[in-house]
Design a protein. Structure first.
Length: 217
């Protein structure tokens, strides 16, 4: 493959879950175990599909409507508490995350659909938080969730970089769609589906981003 011209990227905005930290299997495991305590049996795959993106409270409400079962009012806060316990005990960074973020010499941020406290905890436990400082943003604070591009546009504004000069790193269709809608370059980590719109670069590992940025990929 012939080297490509280095992309004019002046900032990188990362998703958190599944992109920087390996929290998705952990969170799904906690969810499946908690639901089982109410006699609700879901496979890991089904749970990931039903609760894998967007606002958790809305996912819970939709799940209750679909199965005709009412979960207790404290379900969401208790689920978050259980997740936080598991995160503190077992969460690990995605392979190559610490190396990549530590090597970047351009502004970086995290923009997640999850609550801010939850995201910062995941970054803190895995040793990543210090690289982002206050540049950690939540859809709960903006009031819109991916695939709406508002969260990414907010992050770009806070970094002081035009969206067209930003890249986002995502591992799920809603985030990829949000990046496209924001007019940003998208690094799609471990995603096989194709996108015919926008500047989407499929990568298998985070290490490939350095090659793309240097024009060596």
């Amino acid at each position: 493959m012939q080297p490509q011209t280095a992309m004019a990227i002046e900032a990188i905005i990362f998703d958190c879950d599944g992109t920087l930290v390996d929290s998705l299997p952990l969170a799904t495991e906690v969810l499946v175990e908690y639901l089982a305590s109410f006699g609700v049996v879901l496979s890991v795959e089904d749970a990931a599909t039903r609760f894998g993106s967007g606002q958790l409270a809305e996912s819970v409400a939709e799940f209750e409507r679909s199965v005709g079962f009412q979960l207790p009012g404290e379900f969401v806060p208790e689920l978050r508490r259980r997740r936080d316990v598991a995160v503190r005990e077992r969460l690990r960074p995605i392979e190559g995350a610490l190396e990549l973020v530590g090597s970047l010499r351009i502004p970086v941020a995290v923009a997640s659909n999850g609550p801010l406290q939850q995201t910062r905890l995941s970054l803190e436990v895995t040793g990543l938080l210090g690289y982002f400082s206050t540049n950690v943003f939540s859809a709960y604070d903006v009031g819109t969730w991916k695939p709406d591009p508002s969260l990414f546009l907010h992050a770009a504004k806070m970094l002081g970089v035009d969206p067209s000069r930003c890249a986002v790193v995502e591992d799920a269709p809603p985030g990829i769609e949000a990046g496209i809608a924001a007019g940003m370059t998208v690094f799609a980590l471990g995603v096989d589906d194709g996108w015919s719109r926008g500047r989407v670069r499929k990568i298998r590992t985070l290490a490939e981003i350095s090659s793309w940025l240097s024009g060596a990929a």
